[in-house]
Design a protein around this ligand. Structure first.
Ligand code: NAD
Length: 479
């Protein structure tokens, strides 16, 4: 397996000169080559290249021209669809059909929403009916983008598309576990002919990310990843008052009222929790069920879990794959032990690998029943295929349980009562609510509150996150 060591800086490919990080295939535990990190000089070089490109005029370019470049990039990415799906499947263990439809599909949907927002973007407008008081949205400048491995293309394009649309020049540092996907994306940028330095890719682990954030000349860090890393980045960014957007972890509640379509709600809820082997920030991991139907819901969840099967990432089908790494596997095992020690009931699944699987970081899909708000697994993000089920009695109690979390990313509500759905939706302390399985609309803002972070991505909100606001009084627009 060849190493991952090619970085794209100032419109040129160059070999990374920093230290090596060993990569492991999550499905086989065999070597997947090394990732070679950027050297400190290469980190600085990438930021300098982005600054030079910004000063050379990318920020001043009209939105129509920026849209043309972005469309060329999307077209070049389209040509690499299958290559991207294969790469994601190999890098993080996503089953190939889900890599194609879910991972790659979601990324293109986000790019489409960014382009739609860009087509309607107004960056200079009157404050009132008087033309001489204006509001201008201006690009922040050099944007550092740091991304995780779990949706390796999706999380990258959400940032790259929005930052370039806003007029920023970027330095992308993808996760060390999914950098080959980002290399393919950089090739699409190159093919689209963007001016040199507008997009730069550097490779590396957390230390390279930290080195980037320390540079005073950057204007914004847009980060997606764990809450712990988000905290470090926020502290460091505060030293220079560098702007941040933080998309962090979650422990999202899914409230099932007794009047919902229970079989559908449970089936969809379990699937949502286990999707991507439970490695999604907005996974519906806490299923709160009204007591009258709680036992039925647990039985239905067990049925759904029984139908969830594990298999190799390169096999077609609707199965789940391995977790991304040994560390992630051990983290899930640790939480299962804590759940056992604290008295949760294992309705399905449990510790260890599923029978018949000898290698790979495969964790058993698990349903934990009778989880109480005092338990660790009620509060912590596990990031694996583990569903926590908790009974509640009243609407107020459901809301209290749902909001009893340091996180606040997503909330899900299942009920036949529209007025109740609206009441509960308004009281949930989360950034996104979905009722009765309704998907988010393309371009809807994505993000959370509390320890799920701050700021929003996607569509218009994603673009505005990379811009600052200027008020101009006394002169109307002349060009
Ligand atoms: P992580 O925090 O370990 O790493 C994320 C990125 O940060 C990687 O590129 C890593 O190299 C880099 N990094 C690590 N330490 C750093 C430091 N000190 N300074 C700068 N950069 C550093 O997260 P992960 O394991 O890759 O991803 C999983 C996490 O991401 C989960 O908590 C998940 O909920 C979260 N996530 C959130 C969203 C969202 O939109 N809210 C989306 C996807 C994933």
């Amino acid at each position: 397996m060849t190493n991952c060591d090619q970085m794209y800086i100032a419109g040129q490919w160059q070999t990374a000169r920093g230290q090596a990080v060993a990569l492991i295939n999550p499905a086989t535990e065999q070597s997947a080559g090394d990732l070679i990190c950027a050297s400190p000089a290469q980190v600085t070089e990438a930021v300098d290249a982005a600054r030079a490109a910004f000063d050379a005029g990318w920020g001043q370019l009209d939105t129509l021209s920026r849209a043309e470049y972005l469309r060329a990039f999307v077209a070049a990415l389209e040509e690499r669809r299958e290559e991207l799906a294969q790469c994601i499947s190999a890098e993080i263990g996503t089953p190939i059909d889900f890599a194609r439809a879910g991972q790659v599909g979601a990324a293109f949907a986000h790019l489409e929403a960014t382009l739609t927002a860009l087509d309607h973007l107004v960056n200079d407008r009157p404050l009132t009916q008087f033309d001489a008081h204006r509001i201008r949205y201006e690009p922040l400048g050099v944007a550092v983008l740091i991304t995780p491995w779990n949706w390796p293309l999706n999380q990258v394009v959400l940032k790259v598309g929005a930052a370039l649309a806003a007029g920023c020049c970027v330095v992308l540092k993808p996760s060390e576990l999914s950098s080959r996907t980002a290399v393919i994306l950089a090739k699409a940028i190159e093919a689209a002919g963007l001016p040199k330095g507008v997009f730069n890719l550097i490779l590396g682990d957390g230390a390279v990310g930290a080195a980037l954030v320390e540079i005073p000349q950057i204007d914004i860090v847009s980060f997606t990843g764990s809450t712990a890393t988000g905290r470090e980045i926020a502290k460091q960014a505060a030293q220079h008052f560098t702007r941040t957007t933080l998309e962090l972890g979650g422990k999202s509640p899914n409230i099932l009222f007794a009047d919902c379509d229970l079989p559908t709600a449970v089936r969809q809820g379990v699937a949502h929790c286990f999707r991507n082997s439970g490695q999604s920030c907005n996974a519906a991991t806490r299923m709160l069920v009204q007591r009258d139907v709680y036992d039925d819901a647990v039985a239905l969840a067990v049925e759904a879990a029984e139908q969830t099967y594990l298999d190799a990432p390169d096999h077609p089908g609707g199965h789940q794959g391995p977790l991304v790494s040994q560390a992630q596997y051990e983290r899930v095992q640790r939480y299962l032990q804590i759940a056992k020690d604290e008295g949760a009931r294992f309705a399905y699944g449990g510790a260890g690998r599923p029978d018949g699987i000898e290698a790979g970081f495969y964790a058993r899909p698990t349903v934990l029943a009778d989880v109480t708000p005092e338990m660790t697994v009620f509060k912590d993000e596990i990031f694996g295929p583990v569903l926590c089920m908790t009974p509640f009695d009243t609407e107020d109690e459901a809301i209290a349980f749902a909001n009893d979390s340091p996180y606040g990313l997503a909330g899900y509500i299942q009920t036949a009562d529209e007025a109740r759905a609206d009441r509960v939706a308004q009281r949930l302390r989360v950034g996104m609510v979905q009722v009765n399985g309704k998907s988010r609309e393309g371009g809807a803002p994505f993000g959370g509150m509390g320890q799920s972070g701050s700021g929003r991505e996607a569509g218009l909100w994603g673009i505005r996150a990379f811009q600052d606001i200027k008020s101009i009084s006394g002169v109307a627009r002349t060009n």
